[in-house]
Design a protein around this ligand. Structure first.
Ligand SMILES: Cc1cc2nc3c(=O)[nH]c(=O)nc-3n(C[C@H](O)[C@H](O)[C@H](O)COP(=O)(O)OP(=O)(O)OC[C@H]3O[C@@H](n4cnc5c(N)ncnc54)[C@H](O)[C@@H]3O)c2cc1C
Length: 408
């Protein structure tokens, strides 16, 4: 398929591919086995400017948007979805600041994130508040110009590795959803620490940590988007970031497909190549078709969203208003339905494709000295985080119902 990519977009893919081939492929099984954060690969991604592809030039970025990020994450995920998450999770942590940051907040945090000097992370989840983020129990008590943070967040990707955490605590428990506030908290702030490191089924090169807050004092300048507006910040963030999960899923699906084709080309049974059986041919046809359908949906949604997002980043630099405000003015709509669709489709597709890749390869596909089983383990998380696929279906259904009501 020809997606009419610009030279810059093509070069992002080529750079990511080179890192994938030379720096990720040789080490991905080792990182998976040891569950270690891939600092040496992150350094390569930094040097190649991949952390800056979706940032505005005023903060040292390359001036692209969500589409450029998706291209980079997809290509890296073809080699390892866990390692690619270092980039995607940093973007997830950065989006609240990009969308709702004041000019001072953007100047304070974005240049280091765009250069890759510092990783970011995002944490809304708590042990009792997963799909239902309104159940948040971690608190932020106002004291003069400061807030005192207490409680526990969990399942934070890039946890401990990141320097800047956009995290959500309640400034007023009695107000429920309207009491949640987003804060940018820096690693090293007294009272802010890390608890349990999770041991996982897949994406094992990615750190998943608990965050602990014990009378952690942060200045009111670290509130992102205003007190009590945290869930608006989170939802607008997910609208932009869910295509990132879709691109991770798409890359994982493509990677497992590449591997099974390479193996199938040389494996013979009953005197013939296993890919030449008609049942294999049908599986290959279905896998290739669903991967391409996912890519077409992902690219079209991200490009559509970028028309507003990239223009809004520019406009915000001139007006001093937030990118979220400018996006609302420009596009006059939300992207929750489309970003949910693309995350839902690509992650379900990746789970099916990677499972079929194991089936197609046979016993070797199940073995850990061959990468196909790892793609299947890595695919699973894309159906779960940034809102499970049940939640995506709820949100898509709700958006369609609202559209119908508005049209009546
Ligand atoms: C490896 C990993 C990394 C993660 N990284 C991050 C991160 O960086 N930042 C962060 O904030 N969070 C992160 N998470 C958390 C993740 O987003 C949550 O796990 C996810 O949103 C689901 O919440 P839960 O695990 O509490 O499941 P629950 O909410 O307890 O859901 C359990 C089941 O109930 C279903 N369910 C719940 N509510 C409904 C409903 N209303 N309708 C239909 N079905 C429903 C769910 O779909 C699911 O099948 C991560 C999780 C994992 C596993």
């Amino acid at each position: 398929m020809d997606y009419a990519l610009t030279d810059e977009q093509q070069s992002i893919i080529e750079i990511a591919r080179e890192i994938g081939e030379k720096k990720i492929k040789p080490v991905r099984m080792e990182y998976d086995e040891k569950e270690q954060f891939p600092w040496d690969v992150v350094e390569e991604m930094r040097k190649a400017d991949l952390f800056g592809v979706y940032h505005h030039p005023n903060y040292g970025g390359l001036g692209g948007g969500g589409f450029e990020l998706v291209l980079a994450v997809e290509e890296l995920s073809r080699y390892c979805g866990g390692i690619a998450l270092a980039l995607a999770a940093s973007a997830l942590g950065a989006f609240p600041i990009i969308l709702y940051g004041t000019p001072e907040q953007k100047k304070r945090w974005l240049p280091d994130i765009a250069s890759g000097k510092k990783l970011a992370a995002f944490c809304i989840t708590e042990p009792g508040a997963g799909s239902d983020a309104t159940a948040s129990q971690a608190t932020a008590r106002k004291e003069g110009d400061y807030y005192i943070l207490n409680g526990l967040k969990n399942f934070c990707s890039n946890g401990e590795a990141a320097e800047i955490y956009t995290t959500f605590l309640s400034t007023n428990l009695s107000r429920g959803a309207r009491g949640v506030t987003c804060f940018a908290v820096e690693k090293g702030t007294p009272g802010f620490g890390f608890g349990k490191k999770e041991q996982k089924m897949g994406i094992r090169a990615s750190n998943t940590y608990e965050l602990t807050f014990d009378n952690c004092k942060v200045h009111k300048d670290q509130v992102i988007g205003g007190e009590g507006r945290g869930l608006f910040v989170a939802q607008a963030t997910f609208d932009i970031s869910r295509p990132g999960v879709a691109s991770q899923a798409l890359g994982i699906a493509q990677g497992s497909f590449d591997e099974v084709l390479a193996y199938g080309r040389v494996r013979k049974q009953f005197g013939q190549n296993i890919l030449s059986f008609q049942s294999s041919q049908h599986m290959i046809a279905d896998m290739a078709t669903s991967i391409e359908a996912g890519r077409a949906l992902l690219y079209s949604v991200t490009r559509g969203m970028d028309k507003a997002f990239v223009e809004a980043m520019d406009a915000s630099e001139k007006s001093g208003k937030t990118v979220a405000e400018e996006m609302k003015r420009i596009s006059k709509r939300r992207w929750t339905k489309e970003s949910g669709m693309v995350k839902l489709y690509c992650s379900d597709m990746a789970m099916k494709v990677t499972t079929d890749a194991v089936q197609l390869a046979g016993g070797i596909g199940y073995m850990r000295d061959f990468p196909i089983e790892k793609f299947m383990r890595d695919a699973k998380i894309t159906q779960i985080y940034e809102g499970t696929n049940q939640i995506q279906r709820n949100e898509i259904g709700m958006a369609i119902t609202k559209e119908m009501a508005a049209a009546e």
